[in-house]
Design a protein around this ligand. Structure first.
Ligand code: UDX
Length: 458
């Protein structure tokens, strides 16, 4: 089947490349001609493990092409995936202008019938608007449009693995033919008919993911509801951490035991600096707005947001309390990306922390294995170093803001000796308090008291 992917951002690139690996012919386009030129030259604009291998293979084998000509991509395909961005507006709503202009382009360029699939995260009822726009702007009487929703649950850093090994595939459709086409598109993924770059030579045995067929409105809601629930779990764990600090509990022990209940689950209960990135914060905001407009009070999610925003304040309070005077202090920052294995710094808590440190007159030096180039666009004058030991040199405090594996494995004894004062604030609860204290650090994290956790919690 010939597929067009409109929007070569994160979701578009990963989906397009993986669907090509699964045997489809894919033509991907973007209105940023320089991005397409870079992709045509073999450059991948994002850091994502395994994506380069998949793209390189499918391009070489002729199953994935890039074009700056959106009309060509649409005309040459049976199915069009819309993967454009839906960033927040000033009010927090999702900005759907890119979806609108793509709909117009598809309508005007199509000479034959198409299945148009929203993959971008959109508020419920966008499918209805999309369908209307396609009908209104259609110029060719031979072009009939079906609309479907196929939300993506990819996590940055493991997106290729997530695409090939999903927990579930959700499709929102309104007719049998659209369902049939989507089943055909995903059949190779469900049957394991692709060369998986993550697991070589063979993928581990796994149960076949659920293929969930719903209405379009439900599919749109499922995406917002999933991301919001993940944020809710994290904020819950973070409030538990605050409570543990006051009452002398250990949040690692508490969340581990709470998460052992399969009705709750152990993932996304890691306390610390809170969630960032371009999905969770913006989707929660958009979901709250959507609920407000629908006349439903989603105060629960407003609290999730409030708790999350407070995490940066709490980290800085801990730092201020320990340092007393902030002005002129040398602060080393380990980690800028919103989470490990990505170079994405959008809505990363570390960016806000650095901004506030600079405003307090601190002298900041930062490192990140992948995100320094992007950080330079936000803080061009900040001191950066690829070497974490250099970042520790002469520092009055060191802050762990992203839990990269490289940081976990540092020679912490050496780090301690490089520092002017061995004050270590672990915003990600990445290190073991007892080990850091034994090395002579003044170690501060979230919700973990001085006493080592019981053996079973390790
Ligand atoms: C998220 C969803 O997980 C994914 O399904 C959706 O398609 C896109 O949004 P992503 O933005 O890549 O993916 O990041 P995710 O792995 O969900 O992490 C989000 C943030 O939460 C990160 O800042 C991470 O550090 C933080 N986090 C995660 C915690 O603070 N605690 C946790 O227990 C888990």
């Amino acid at each position: 089947m010939k597929l067009a992917v409109i929007g070569c951002g994160y979701v578009g690139l990963v989906s397009g490349a993986c669907l090509a690996e699964a045997g489809h012919e894919v033509i991907a386009t973007d209105n940023d001609a320089s991005k397409i030129a870079a992709l045509q030259a073999g450059e991948i604009p994002i850091y994502e493990p395994n994506l380069d291998t998949v793209i390189e293979t499918v391009v070489r084998e002729g199953r994935l092409q890039f074009t700056a000509n959106g009309g060509e991509a649409v005309r040459d395909s049976d199915v069009v995936f819309i993967c454009v961005g839906t960033p927040p507006t000033d009010s927090g709503d999702a900005d759907l202008s890119a979806i609108d202009s793509v709909a117009r382009m598809i309508a005007q360029e199509s000479k034959s019938s198409k299945l148009v699939i929203e993959k971008s995260t959109v508020p419920a009822q966008t499918g209805e608007q999309l369908k209307r726009a396609l009908q209104v702007y259609a110029t060719n009487p031979g072009a009939k449009f079906c609309v479907a929703s196929n939300p993506e649950f990819l996590r940055e850093g493991t997106a290729v693995k997530d695409f090939f090994h999903p927990d579930r595939i959700v499709i929102g459709v309104e007719d049998e033919e659209s369902e049939r086409q989507l089943r055909e598109i995903y059949a190779p993924i469900l049957a394991g008919r692709f060369r998986c770059p993550v697991h070589e030579p063979n993928c581990p045995p796994a149960t076949t993911p659920d293929f969930v067929v719903t209405t379009i409105n439900s599919a749109e809601l499922i995406k917002h509801a999933s991301n919001s629930f993940l944020g809710l779990k994290i904020s819950y764990a973070n409030v538990l951490a605050d409570l543990c600090e006051r009452l002398g509990g250990n949040v690692d022990e508490v969340t581990r035991a709470v998460g052992l209940d399969p009705r709750i689950g152990g993932q996304f209960l890691k306390a610390g600096l809170g969630f960032g990135g371009f999905c969770l914060p913006k989707d929660i905001q958009a979901f709250i707005k959507l609920a407000d407009r629908a006349g439903v009070d989603f105060g629960l999610l407003k609290e999730v947001e409030r708790v999350n925003k407070q995490r940066v304040d709490l980290l800085l309070d801990k730092l201020k309390k320990a340092l007393w005077v902030m002005k002129g202090k040398k602060i080393g920052v380990l980690g800028i990306a919103f989470k490990p294995n990505t170079d994405d710094i959008r809505l990363a808590p570390a960016i806000e922390v650095i901004r506030r440190l600079l405003a307090e007159g601190c002298i900041v030096r930062a490192t990140d294995p992948e995100a320094m180039a992007r950080a330079r666009t936000v803080f061009p004058d900040l001191a950066y170093s690829a070497d974490p030991y250099e970042v520790s040199l002469g520092a009055d405090a060191l802050l762990v803001l992203t839990e990269w594996e490289q940081f976990r494995r540092l020679d912490w004894k050496r780090v301690r000796h490089e520092m002017a004062r061995p004050l270590l604030i672990d915003g990600r609860n990445m290190l073991r308090p007892e080990e850091m204290k034994a090395l002579g650090f003044e170690y501060i994290s979230f919700g973990r008291p001085d006493k080592p956790p019981a053996e079973h919690a390790r």
